[in-house]
Structure formats: C-alpha cells, structure tokens
Design a protein around this ligand. Structure first.
Ligand SMILES: *Cc1c(COP(=O)(O)O)cnc(C)c1O
Length: 222
C-alpha cells in the first residue's frame, strides 16, 4: 500500500475528536511530502536537528510537533516555529521554554510527559511529581508557555492488558490534574497524547485525543 493509502486507513479508524500526528522521524522529505499531499498537516519528530531541517525545507503550513526528549540547550532552536512540545519532563525545561518563548514573543504549547511504562528508560514525571508541579506557584509565572495536557508511552510489550492498564492510569491522572488546575491561567488540560502504531486503538478507547503514528503510515524504519 502507498503512504497515502496507509494514512487514509489510519484516519478512517479515528473518531473526529482524535488528532493524528504523523511521526516522520528518519524519513526523507519526499516521503513526508507524500503524506502532505494526502492532506496531512501535523507531523512529529523526535530530534531537534531533524525537525529544524525539515521545517526549513518543507511547506510552511505544516504543524511541527517535537515528540522526543528535549535538552535545555536545544530549546532555542525549535521555539520560533514549534506547534507543540510533547515531552516536557522538568521544571527547568519549562523555565527555559518560557524564557525563549518570551524572546520570540510567542506562547508555546507544551505537554507534560508522564512516566507510565514499567521500563525505567522512559523519561517523565510520576503522579506525585506532577501534582507538585501543577500546584507550584512558579507555573503561574511562566506566561509564555501554555500547558495543554499530558503525553505518555506505554511499556513496549505484547501484553495488551498491561498497555491498557497504563493508558487507563494516564487518563485518570489527566482527569485529576484537569480538575485541580481549572483555575490556573496557563494550564488548560485539553490534550492527551497517547498511542502509537501498535497501540493507538487501545489508547483511543482509554481516552486519548492525540495519537503519534509513524510506522503504520510510513512503513518500518531501517
Ligand atoms: C517514534 C515515536 C512514535 C511513533 O512510533 P511508531 O511505532 O512508528 O508509530 C511515537 N511517539 C514517540 C515519542 C516516538 O519516538
């Protein structure tokens, strides 16, 4: 099947409220343009250098999502154009995004990454750390960031019950934070980014409204 056919197949399975981010990491511009030609406008990358190059070379109406781990010293490269930063995992990073966003006269949308997987290789806050962060008064002073929700990755496993449990847990953290941040100016919990090629159906059932899908559209990465 062609990339556009794959794209249409994934999209045909999605309820209207679910946003598809096509994860184009490692794929060359020609391949990204095929999906673009099929109408796709939201693309995700996990490396700063690659997202910057593609942003420069590809059509300007693409919304670029940084989905991978972000180092503080690289924030300045993406802040001028990035649409959504998915993997904010420290207060220090949020502070740097706020500072660079101010310099660019922008308000940059961010998701907080939550550690839900069993593997300890994945970045992110746990439930307690998140509660502490969203309650801290420092958040209010970050007027150039807008926290729009949470992002998480399930354990890489064929045990789908395990995956479902982790997504359910993330959804429950999401709901809890939405409740306690109702009156926080720069937090508006409306995006729950969870689900990849292998598990997006489960993620949507669990309440995801943004999925990050790469290989199901573009094929296996080499
Ligand atoms: C690569 C990646 C994806 C997409 O993975 P696929 O299995 O190819 O769909 C989603 N999220 C993150 C954070 C990734 O790094």
């Amino acid at each position: 099947m062609s990339i556009v056919e794959n794209l249409m197949k994934v999209k045909s399975e999605l309820p209207d409220h679910v946003e598809l981010v096509a994860v184009s990491k490692t794929y060359p511009n020609e391949i990204v343009l095929e999906a673009y030609g099929g109408g796709q406008r939201h693309f995700g990358e996990n490396k700063v250098q690659e997202i910057c190059l593609k942003q420069e070379q590809l059509p300007k109406d693409i919304h670029w999502h940084l989905i991978g781990h972000l180092q503080t010293n690289k924030v300045k490269f993406i802040v001028p154009f990035v649409h959504l930063i998915h993997a904010v995992d420290s207060l220090k990073l949020l502070q740097e995004i706020n500072k660079r966003a101010a310099q660019n006269r922008r308000v940059v949308s961010c998701l907080l990454q939550v550690h839900i997987a069993k593997e300890d290789t994945k970045f992110g806050f746990n439930r307690e750390e998140l509660m502490e962060l969203v309650r801290s008064e420092r958040i209010d002073s970050f007027v150039h960031v807008k926290i729009q929700g949470l992002m998480g990755m399930a354990t890489f496993t064929s045990d789908l019950a395990q995956v479902r449990t982790e997504f359910d847990e993330l959804k429950s953290i999401f709901d809890e934070i939405a409740e306690i941040t109702k009156d926080t100016k720069n937090i508006r919990m409306d995006t729950l980014s969870m689900g990849m090629s292998g598990d997006y159906q489960i993620a949507i059932e669990a309440g995801s409204n943004m999925i990050r899908v790469g290989s199901a559209i573009f094929g296996t990465r080499s």
